[in-house]
Design a protein around this ligand. Sequence first.
Ligand SMILES: Nc1nc2c(c(=O)[nH]1)N=C([C@H](O)[C@H](O)COP(=O)(O)OP(=O)(O)OP(=O)(O)O)CN2
Length: 158
Amino acid sequence: MLDTSTDQPTGPRSSGPQPLLGPERPDQATSGFQLEISKWFGFEAGHRLNGLPDGHKCGRAHGHSYQVEVRLTAQALTGPGFVTDFGELEPFATYIADHLDHRDLNAVLAVEPTSELLAVHLARWFLEHVEPAVPGRLVAVTVKETTKTSATCTVIRP
Ligand SMILES: Nc1nc2c(c(=O)[nH]1)N=C([C@H](O)[C@H](O)COP(=O)(O)OP(=O)(O)OP(=O)(O)O)CN2
């Protein structure tokens, strides 16, 4: 509802700029909390699993639209308030695109291409090639073969 004499909204009038909400300094804003970010990556690939009982359907060659989640944390935020700029994770996307996308995972991986072992492989690669160049620390990598299943590799730090 407007005050027609001034075209201003009715109600209590402010006596100046409103104070900004919350603490201004990022370290104060995040004190008492643990922050975690996550980014999802997708690729298509085929595989078959050896070592299963005769007739197990996953022993036959088949494919999945894989989804991979990378989770990072940090003690302090950088830049405008980032654990890590999502854009800095691009090398991980490139690795997946170049080495896993539209590949036969049995021909690519030295281990059986289960979700679990794929998650470990991707966590190792991330720790070696991405983590040293970003402020965040890897928490876990999750691999989903389907919407109903997942395997998570959590980094254990001494
Ligand atoms: N712990 C694991 N178990 C299974 C894995 C795996 O990576 N880790 N992988 C498979 C197969 O790759 C299979 O394609 C997926 O298994 P499953 O969910 O059983 O099959 P569906 O997607 O067809 O799901 P339904 O619930 O049967 O429809 C097997 N196990």
